[in-house]
Design a protein around this ligand. Sequence first.
Ligand code: SF4
Ligand code: SF4
Length: 317
Amino acid sequence: MKSEIIKIAKDNLADIVGFASADIFEKDDPIFKIFPNTKTVICLAFRVLRGIYRGTEEGTTYYQYTTMAVENMEETIMPMAQIKVANYIESKGYIAVPQRRHQQIMSEENSTNPEVAYDAVYRNKTAENQMNFTNSAVKCGIGEKGLSGAILTVDFGPMVRYCFILTDAQIKPDDIEAPHLCDKCGKCIKACPGNAIGKDGIVDPWQCAVYYNGANGTKNPFMPPDAFADFDNRIEIIAGEARVTPETAKKILDDIFFYPPAQHAYQCSICGRACDTACYMHLEEKGVLNKKFNRPFREREEWKFDIESFKNKGEEV
Ligand code: SF4
Ligand code: SF4
């Protein structure tokens, strides 16, 4: 049954398939509230094409990452693979409970998900029963948790997305490799255009939301020079140096309409997940990723607009 599950998942574009016994989850883990008879947790991980990041790396097209690497993966590719695997499990007389991250449900009160519009996020008690996706992926042997919180895989580094199936079928679990990829280099922290990641690796979700959406003008080709004209600290915001609260973040986000969002409340990523690409480049340079490419991810110096251009034009308005 295990080899058939792996085959179906891979035939449907999953790249990594991991299995964990429910025995290694705490007794109060949400998986047992979702499906008390869970015996095995199956994780399906999907590569995000390296070429999808080209647009933000070159500063040219930005829509591709959001549509192809976020929306299409979450809403089409991943559920399709999940349902095919789940159908197979149920054809064998077992129950299959697909679990994907609901992008608009947050477990923490007053938090947000940078990938979707903040006013489309539901912050209510039902979220308590969402799986802990990151920890579950580690338990399934998909990869390790890096300093920034991203799952790092030996094949694709942090360039993956993943989902789960809970089942009452008892399936042989996979070994969990000892963490060896993240060396705490801090490049993910440094790469963020909005200083959203603390030294301890904790991501401030509102700070991330603001800069994921493109508030840093030095890394946003679509920002007009007079952006954020109504903000006293507009240059701080544009330079990526402002610290936001949930309230100020919402005001800034309301003022960002330089580039259209996608469907399903997904917001366009202007930062291009700079934290993940910095990590990817670091792991690539170290030669620790199994999947090799003929060309390095970054082939020339990183581009950046001059903050001075916003100062001058802003004052003229
Ligand atoms: S960039 Fe460095 S510190 Fe950050 S997750 Fe990757 S390896 Fe770890
Ligand atoms: S680089 Fe982008 S996704 Fe990563 S923490 Fe910063 S704003 Fe968020």
